[in-house]
Unconditional design. Sequence first.
Length: 230
Amino acid sequence: MQAKQIKDKLNLLIEQASGIDPNLTVKLREINRWIRHIKLGSLTSKPIVVAFLLEVITDSKVWLAIKSLPSEEDQKLQFEQMTANERYWYGCLFPKWINATDTKFYIWKKKMMAGEFNQADSDIIKYIAQDIVHHEGDFWRRYIADLSMATDLIVSNHQNKPLCIQVTSVSEEFHSKKYQNWQNALQLWEIERGLFLSYNPKEHDFINQLVNVALYNSDHLAAGKYVNFS
């Protein structure tokens, strides 16, 4: 989708949302104000901003399609056709974001536009996601989950129980503080369980270890638990 198409689609979604979900309208208008005065060429030159916009457009279309269904039974049937991670995102976390005041939203939008957004562990997360699929698990990845909800990946395994995980190679001196900030973020968004994965890139086969821990805990970690695995 080209930059002009993105802007046009965003405006169209704002119109559609106004009669279906006013809170989504507010969020989309905020995003629209953020990019309204950015020239098309400049917008195209910001791939992370474009990727975020495409995610929001996709998620908003899905959400509005669900909300437009004539009955709760129809909505339930729609959710049943999704994967466990999709159900968790569209049935829980995305509507929470729509309806909440996201205090981090202004900060990370600004950083993203300025090119200061740096996903330090992006390649590692990509390898973990690939290995999860190789192990017949499933994953979900969203900028909103990452930047507002301290969640790099949502992972599910055999029991279809989505688990929010964060991956970090943070040094020992900052580990405790980052873990506490992560746990606070999950509790703020009422995410019932999570896994904080720290890795040592010098360790042999650490990707496979992280994947095994993530998939096992997806199936077995109890609600109310925020596990720190190093």
